[in-house]
Structures are given as C-alpha cells and as structure tokens.
Design a protein around this ligand. Sequence first.
Ligand code: FEO
Length: 401
Amino acid sequence: MIPVKITDGVFSLRANDWDRKLFDELVPLPDGTSYNSYLIRGGEKTALIDTVYPPKTAEFVAALKKTGVERIDYVVANHAELDHSGSIPAVLALFPEAKVVANARCWRMMGDLMPLDRDRFREAKDGQRLSLGGKTLRFVFMPWVHWPETMGVFLEEDRIFFPCDFLGAHLATSELYAGDEAQFETAAKRYYAEIMAPYRVQCRSALARVEELEPAIVAPSHGPAHAKPKVIIDLYRRWTSDAVKPEVAIVYVSMYQSTAAMVEHLTDRLMEKGLPVRLFNAVDLDTGALAMALVDASTLIFASPTVLTGPHPCLAYAAILVNALAPKTRFAAIIGSFGWGTTMPDALRETLREFKAAFFDPVLTKGAPTRETFAELDALAAAIAAANASLGESEKPTPAA
Ligand code: FEO
C-alpha cells in the first residue's frame, strides 16, 4: 500500500484486499475490493477522509507515515460502517490532537461499534464548510447510501468529491482511476445491485446532489476514482431509473428433473418470442449475478419443487434475497412440481412481501410435467411476452443507456 498523489496536497491511501471473497459473509467479491482513505493537506490543517477496514490498519498506518504527515487535525468519517471507520481508534491514538468530524448520527453509530471519547468529536452539518487553509471541505449529507447517516465531502478548490460507498465498486486495483470501462462497469453494477439498489430512490437524491457539485474527480472509498465522473453518473442515472429491459430471469432448483423440464420448456418458448432469458441455479447461487440481473430485468420467474409443503430451501433463500433487494421488476411467476400436495406458491409470496411485481397465475405439476403442464407454460410464456410488449417507451431504457 502506497500513498498516490491525486492533486497537490491530496493523496489516495488505498488498502487493496485482493483475496477477500465475501463481503458481509454474503456478497461475492470476484475482483476483491479496496478500502480507500484520502489525505488532504491544507496550509494550516490536515484532514483524513475515511479510514480502512480494521485488518488493514497496520498497512494503512504505515502508508500514512510514508506521506511524512506529522499531524492530523481532522478525521472525517463519512460513514460509520467499520470498513471505513474501523481504523479511527488507531489514528486517534497516533495523532492525539485529531478530532473526528462526523454528523451526529454517524458519531452515535460509531459509538455503538467502538470506544470513542466524546472530547474527540466535532459535529459536521449539511452544507457546512471546514477550512484547512487553501483547501475547503464542504459536507454533503446523502442519507441511506448506504446507511442512514451517510454523507460525502466536497473539496472545493480541487473539485474532488468523496462519496464514501456511493458510486464505488468492489474492485481491487493498482490504478488510481477507472480505466477499463467494461471491467469497471461490471464491478460497479455488481456493487450497485448488491449494496445500493434497495435504496434506489435515495440514490437518485444523492446523485442529484453530486451533479450539482460538478466535480472534476469523484473519489469513492471502494474501488477506483473517476477522472471522468460523467461515466459513473450516467450509469447510476440509468440503474436508478424506473426503466426496465424486456428480459426474463429464472431462478430455479430441481431435485428429480420435473421442475428442470418446466424451466427448459418455458425458456425455449420465451426465446421463441424474442425475450432474453437468464437462468440462475439457486443451489450454488451467485447472489451478485442475480442482483445484477434484477437491476434491469422486467420479469422474474421462481421455479421450485415442493419440499415439506414449501419451496426448496435454496429457492427460499433466493426469495429472501429478492425481497430484501426489492428490485423494480414488473412481472413475476411461480412454477414448480410437487408430490402429493403443496403450499409452495403461498409460502413464496409470503416471503416476497416487499417485492411489488405483478404475479401471473402459478403453473404447478403433480409429479413430472404433462402435456397439460406444457400447455400452461405456453400460455404463461405468451402472457409474459404480451406484458413485456406493453411496456411503455418511457419504461424502457433510453437508447443511450
Ligand atoms: Fe463500505 Fe457501507 O460500507
């Protein structure tokens, strides 16, 4: 880990976590992640924006020392989550004069997570400025991207915006700026889908605040910074919009191939009607891949055998995830097989309370699918195609997207 200059007096301190495989023991990290802190040296004061994940504290402190900094006056905490606040106690111990600058809610939340002395707190208010001498920090409250206390910091003279989680990506990289746009877009979309999508409406408000600032650089606390902020802003505008794509995601489990045969039949009929289809086997579900599909897809199908009267537990897990993500999916259906009786569709619908898609009638088969089952699936495919054809132009992404 090395300090990397962004502009005069502004340094990125990025702790790459190349090997981390899961975030929150839930979110797959195919490209690792990073925890980014930023050092800002003004003519009179020095500030640190965010810190890093506790296991990275030793290398973070070593990199901080490499900058030659002898005094830190302010540690700005944009977000209480420990991947950004976790090294604050170590920084406070190293720099006894340093104050933690945070909004009141963030301070309270950090106090729930680590021992902090109230004397070290300086409250940040929305829109308030803090001068470092030739470098002015402006606090920009952006609640719910990702927790209720989240905020960003705008460095006025350099026009750098530090949004913490917002506009970030789980991507370990040696490059200061996002370069390979294809790789970056996938990582940023995965991150948005898993972390930000449940707060889609709040993301829109935060995005408007970022656009008002007209930053020259956006420097989040995960993944690369953006020397062309328009790229990530345009992506977020598309992802947070109400627009959906006429695409079908099918999440499924099959034990004796009955449900699998139904999925295969439905997939073929949907493809014949020109609808893109993506299948996700819930047994070894990549939750990030499913979440990414649900950023855009108009339609989601749950396909499950009945196990002890309800859905297969792996499918139930997928449903819990979908319910939590609350995607903007418009249409949904439940299909599957059972042995002698089932409450599977009702149980899934109960799990999916916050999932507001319109459901088609379920298609169920007792044992292996029959000619009648396949006819019902044909009708379901036709209904899905008709529903997608009826999507208004305003509901589809713009050509530029
Ligand atoms: Fe990267 Fe919400 O913490």
